[in-house]
Write a protein that binds this ligand. Structure first.
Ligand code: WAQ
Ligand code: MG
Length: 266
């Protein structure tokens, strides 16, 4: 049991609404400590204390775990979030997203992609050609789980990120998530910014250009955030796509390739 692999998922709600979530892969020996840490995180969330915390622990077959390298990290510093959105549009187009689809996707995320302009619990799935939304549930969306950094490399990668002023836990988590998403069959690009009002950086990820951070991509104080997976309809199979993202375990390994920060002007 100590050496076996497990998937851990935490989701927390407050007043019936999604508050926070986390997904990890770990060895049996770490399951108890990690479950405690994730529960504690939910109970001390800055958006308010959780009323309910659900932790799910699932045994994984070692042979079924996929391994992939972390995407390269680029950081673009921009004057303000409006410039950030412009750059996001440009990076999406560069990844192969049609201009109109990119605009539509940015606008939908900005106004709250869930019903009634709420945040979603997971991600939108968006047709990269015309911007049409394809996820079956607009409140939940698609929630990626079963991904993490190779445990033996976690410390080293955390340190490399911290040395590059990317020590916030959100960076490591988003990098692991994007690293898996980039391998989803039919994926063209991912767009993301946080729903944390104080966390203003976001990113566009694509198979060719990796993880491209944009800072800021969001207005200070805004609690609106989300994710979009832009797909190529000709290659996208709904079931294959969601099974890969929800049910296939993937560990991301180093080295963490981190490029120096660059400025971008519209
Ligand atoms: N699968 C799909 N969508 C998710 C998942 C998931 N596992 N977790 C979160 N989301 C969606 C959901 O709609 C959230 O509202 C939204 O993403 C934002 O989640 O390099 O922290 O956890 O500086 O707030 C990106 C930049 C940070 C990091 C993203 O997202 C960096 C972040 P959050
Ligand atoms: Mg999160």
């Amino acid at each position: 049991m100590q050496n076996e692999w497990f998937s851990l998922r935490m989701r927390a709600t407050r007043a019936g609404r999604h508050l926070s979530g986390a997904e990890r892969i770990t060895r049996g020996s770490e399951v108890a400590a990690l479950t405690t840490a994730l529960t504690e995180r939910a109970l001390t969330h800055r958006g308010g204390q959780a009323d309910q915390v659900h932790c799910t622990v699932e045994r994984l077959q070692a042979e079924s775990i996929h391994y992939a390298p972390l995407p390269e990290v680029h950081t673009w510093l921009v004057r303000d979030w409006l410039a950030g959105r412009q750059l996001a549009g440009r990076l999406l187009r560069r990844a192969g997203v049609a201009s109109q689809a990119a605009e539509k996707c940015l606008q939908t995320l900005a106004k709250g992609p869930g019903p009634g302009g709420q945040n979603m619990r997971g991600a939108m799935i968006v047709d990269a050609e015309n911007g049409q939304r394809l996820e079956s549930d607009w409140a939940r969306g698609l929630r990626v789980s079963q991904m993490d950094i190779v445990p033996e490399e976690r410390r080293e990668i955390t340190q490399a990120l911290a040395a590059a002023e990317l020590g916030h836990h959100r960076v490591l988590e988003a990098l692991a998530l994007a690293g898996k998403v980039l391998h989803a069959p039919g994926l063209v690009a991912e767009l993301c910014w946080s729903d944390d009002p104080d966390y203003l950086s976001g990113y566009v990820a694509s198979p060719a250009d990796g993880y491209q951070r944009i800072s800021p991509l969001k207005e200070a104080g805004s609690a609106m955030g989300g994710r979009a997976f832009l797909i190529d309809r000709k290659q996208w199979r709904p079931r294959v796509f969601s099974d890969f993202l929800e049910k296939t375990a993937m560990l991301l390994h180093g080295p963490a390739v981190i490029h120096p920060f660059r400025n971008w002007e519209p």
